[in-house]
Design a protein around this ligand. Structure first.
Ligand code: ZN
Length: 235
């Protein structure tokens, strides 16, 4: 089982690893990794796996049957190789900022309106949010964007830790997406924006709301009677 270093320290940009297996010349499993695999609305990391002076570009990272698989752009890596992993930090850091911003916005919107989050997807240039809410207009969203920005200007820490399942589930609002809870796991990783939000979450986040910057509303869409879609972006 690969050790997921990104869960312990989302700021780690480099690590030494050893290759556990290589499939079809380009799908690489490591003993430990800093690369975040696609999932939970957060896209995969890109970067480089280095062996000596040789660079292998990491083009996709996914989780398959519980294993984190790194797709590289050419073959040549072998089981047992000692390598160094290096993140495309610019991309990852943007995704961290976006992910934390998304939690703040979701928390304010859900608490304020009773909306249910039905989907969310981060991209490097925008954040997409789907929620269900009957009474609604664009001004309401503008207001929650402004409230989000007010919080993002404040010195508010973001903490990640794990809690036993039972204890975690007793926290109100800990699961924002009804379908998101993985079954049969004994403990949950919690992301806490102190005084703002606590969520079960496996993504990477910044340490303080001040790092996010500000967000801007891009567009909104109605998707059926009470399904709404909103896009915003980091500024
Ligand atoms: Zn999240």
């Amino acid at each position: 089982m690969t050790q997921a270093l990104y869960l312990e320290d989302s700021y780690r940009r480099e690590c030494d690893s050893s290759i556990i297996s290589v499939k079809d010349g380009k799908y690489v499993v490591l003993d430990q990794t800093i690369f975040y695999p696609n999932g939970g609305g957060q896209p995969w990391d890109t970067g480089t796996i280095k062996r000596g002076n040789e660079d292998f570009g990491v083009t996709y990272v996914g989780k398959f049957s519980g294993e984190i698989s790194h797709e590289v752009n050419h073959d040549g890596l072998h089981k047992g190789d000692a390598v160094t992993c290096m993140l495309n930090w610019e991309r990852r850091y943007k995704l961290m900022r976006s992910h934390t911003a998304a939690h703040v916005f979701a928390s304010l919107l859900c608490t304020g309106t009773g909306a249910l989050i039905t989907g969310n997807q981060l991209a490097e240039d925008k954040i997409r949010f789907d929620f269900s809410l009957k009474e609604y207009d664009r001004d309401i969203l503008g207001r929650y964007i402004n409230q989000t920005n007010a919080l993002l200007r404040r010195d508010i820490p973001v903490k990640c830790y794990t809690l036993p399942r039972e204890e975690a589930l007793s926290i109100p609002g800990i699961i924002k997406m009804a379908k998101a809870l993985p079954p049969n796991i004994p403990s949950l990783r919690i992301v806490e924006i102190v005084g703002v939000d606590q969520q079960a979450d496996g993504g990477t986040h910044v340490r303080n709301l001040r790092e996010v910057g500000q967000i801007t509303l891009l567009k909104t869409k109605n998707k059926g009677k009470s399904n709404r879609r909103v896009y915003f972006t980091l500024t």
